[in-house]
Ligand binder design. Structure first.
Ligand SMILES: [Zn+2]
Ligand SMILES: [Zn+2]
Length: 204
């Protein structure tokens, strides 16, 4: 686990909760719920993101334990992206699990500092957790349907719409080749046959 120190700036989701009432009071807990509207932050992964203007909802139980403040709950979001095969719009509703212990710095041993999330001040920042949880649940290779056939590599048409169509590649290449031969032949003032083959191909 990496050290999720609060990152102020564009990634700050404004999901900080004051836990001063829980610090040092083992066993006490509090339920928190908050909905935040996503701005320019990129929430999700490379393929699926929460569109700006949509909100994500966080719900968690904050519990005071001996080592620190434990936060357990869920984050909900609606993500959008493109089908990785045909580029059609894809939507995904995600409910991701948040599960983190914000350790009291004095309880953390020196060699463990990089592996734990430390409580900073009197607040827990669920924004980074929500961000990471959604990134994990978001589809890496979204599909509009599990059996999406994708696009025709030649003409870009949706293959579902016309699965059996084909392009006569050999003919296209042959036409280009014979056209070239035709040009050469014309340049050299020889080979009327080759030239006429070129014309023939062009008509096809
Ligand atoms: Zn598709
Ligand atoms: Zn095609």
């Amino acid at each position: 686990m990496k050290n999720n120190a609060p990152a102020p700036g564009p990634d700050d989701l404004g999901l900080r909760f004051d836990v001063v009432d829980l610090i040092g009071r083992v066993g006490s807990h509090r339920h928190v719920e908050q909905s935040v509207v996503v701005g320019e932050q990129r929430i999700g992964n490379l393929a699926m993101t929460v569109p700006a203007g949509e909100s994500i909802e966080v719900e968690a139980e904050l519990e005071s334990v001996v080592e620190g403040i434990y936060a357990g709950g869920t984050v909900r979001a609606h993500l959008t992206g493109e089908c990785s095969r045909c580029l059609d719009p894809v939507e995904q509703d995600v409910i991701a699990r948040i599960d983190e212990l914000f350790s009291y710095p004095e309880k953390v041993k020196k060699d463990e500092e990089d592996d734990v999330v430390m409580l900073s001040g009197d607040e827990v920042d669920l924004g980074v957790l929500a961000h990471d949880a959604l990134a994990l649940e978001a589809e890496d290779r979204p599909l509009c349907s599990p059996d999406c056939m994708g696009l025709c590599p030649q003409c870009g048409k949706h293959l579902e719409e016309d699965p059996d169509h084909s392009h006569d590649l050999i003919d296209t290449r042959w036409a280009a080749l014979t056209a070239l031969l035709g040009e050469d032949a014309t340049d050299e003032q020889t080979g009327t046959d080759a030239a006429s083959t070129g014309e023939q191909a062009e008509r096809d």
